[in-house]
Design a protein around this ligand. Structure first.
Ligand SMILES: *[C@@H]1O[C@H](CO)[C@@H](O)[C@H](O)[C@H]1NC(C)=O
Ligand SMILES: *[C@@H]1O[C@H](CO)[C@@H](O)[C@H](O)[C@H]1NC(C)=O
Ligand SMILES: *[C@@H]1O[C@H](CO)[C@@H](O)[C@H](O)[C@H]1NC(C)=O
Ligand SMILES: *[C@@H]1O[C@H](CO)[C@@H](O)[C@H](O)[C@H]1NC(C)=O
Ligand SMILES: *[C@@H]1O[C@H](CO)[C@@H](O)[C@H](O)[C@H]1NC(C)=O
Length: 358
């Protein structure tokens, strides 16, 4: 068996084992959108504490007062997602979620509003001046209303019947970490822009409300079988969670909250992990699977890769190419190519690694 064949066999088994057994069950795609762990669209996938909703190919973020917002992007590596602000109700300078007093996140949920959003508050009452918001004539809210889109200018601008008072504020204070409030005696409408550079023309401002989530703890369990999806774990009472049953990782493994699996502590970050150059008996594959996979995914240079596998130049007839810039290419004619491709695709997407199938 050549080194390439050996490597492919290890790789394929690795991927299949990693996906089928090792991690907490990921949720099915929502239309074409990946639902990365720990986000959960149904009680039997992801972590149910991180509930979002999939409706005909669109992901929704539901808040406690009955408002729902479309999720426009998700970054599982940074534990952040962006939702679409509600916009204005027809022919008014009032947000669509005004009747629910705006966007309220459950303070007991793992989600909160990040400190990166700039809010533009419009149609405000004088009482807003008691808040630490910038409602001066130099506030960027004036630029937004005047140079923003036609609907905003028409509904909230100088020629409208809306209050001329507007303000801007950065989220993140205690007042805005779990809610963006709109009401009669404050402001009736809002817009939001994550990581805003206000010197840009308003047409380039990207609307959104950025939300972050806490890293998830180990999955809850009642009986041993509940932990089958988390390889190398056992259902034990967790002292930290008041004795509640959790799938706690076995000795030598550590909970990896980003990927939802028990990670071999000997092989974190792919450093110090060598692929054993033995014939790939199942036992060896088991031992090596995290190492091999992490090595490929984290390998940051061609030299690094070649040094470990000594396979860099031998792949002209279809093999593993070198991972460049975090990309991972596979070009094999293999009976299980399709399953490997699918496996790699779902794995790399939720890991935030780019992939490229040639
Ligand atoms: C708002 O306007 C759109 C388009 O004019 C219309 O389809 C929609 O039904 C209106 N919504 C409400 C709540 O009046
Ligand atoms: C929104 O929910 C919070 C918490 O349950 C509640 O205090 C508030 O009154 C609600 N607002 C509306 C408009 O229902
Ligand atoms: C309000 O915002 C403008 C523009 O960013 C800034 O120049 C001004 O100093 C701010 N005023 C207050 C009171 O924070
Ligand atoms: C501005 O907000 C108030 C509620 O605070 C509302 O009654 C009024 O209709 C809004 N103005 C416009 C133009 O929508
Ligand atoms: C929001 O969530 C992040 C991530 O869990 C956490 O670090 C931060 O302290 C939270 N902020 C607030 C105000 O709760």
């Amino acid at each position: 068996m050549t080194i390439i064949e050996h490597f492919l066999l290890v790789l394929i088994t690795t991927i299949l084992i990693t996906l089928c057994v090792n991690a907490v069950k990921d949720c099915q795609d929502c239309g074409h959108i990946k639902v990365p762990y720990p986000l959960s669209t149904s009680p039997n996938c992801g972590d149910p504490n991180y509930k979002i909703r999939c409706n005909s190919g669109t992901l929704w973020f539901d808040t406690i007062n009955g408002s729902s917002y479309i999720i426009t992007s998700i970054n599982p590596t940074l534990q952040r997602l962006v939702i679409q602000p509600p916009g204005l109700a027809n022919n008014t300078c009032m947000s669509r979620d005004f009747k629910n007093e705006g966007m309220w996140l459950d303070t007991n949920s793992p989600f909160n509003i990040t400190s990166s959003n700039t809010l533009i508050l419009m149609n405000c009452s004088l009482e807003i001046l008691t808040m630490l918001f910038n409602c001066s004539s130099t506030s960027i809210c004036h630029k937004y209303i005047e140079e923003g889109n036609a609907v905003i200018s028409k509904n909230c601008g100088v020629t409208s019947h809306a209050s001329k008072l507007c303000c801007d504020v950065k989220t993140g204070g205690s007042a805005t970490s779990h809610r963006i409030r709109v009401r009669e005696d404050r402001c009736a409408a809002y817009a939001s822009f994550p990581n805003l550079d206000p010197s840009l023309p308003v047409s380039m401002w990207q609307p959104g409300v950025e939300i972050e989530w806490q890293l998830p703890a180990e999955p809850s369990c009642k009986v041993a079988g509940d932990c089958l999806d988390v390889a190398n774990s056992r259902c034990l009472p967790d002292p930290v969670a008041g004795g509640e049953g959790k799938c706690l990782c076995n000795a030598g493994f550590q909970w990896d909250p980003v990927n939802g699996k028990c990670q071999d502590t000997k092989c974190q970050h792919g450093r110090g992990c060598k692929l054993r150059k033995k014939s790939p008996l199942i036992g060896d594959i088991e031992d090596d699977r995290v190492e091999v996979y992490e090595r490929i995914m984290n390998s940051d240079s061609e030299e690094d890769f070649e040094a470990t596998y000594e396979a860099g130049d031998e792949d002209e007839d279809g093999g593993i190419s070198d991972p460049e810039d975090g990309e991972f290419r596979i070009g094999i004619k293999y009976s299980s190519r399709k399953s490997v491709v699918i496996a790699i695709r779902s794995y790399t997407i939720y890991r935030g690694v780019n992939y490229n199938i040639i």
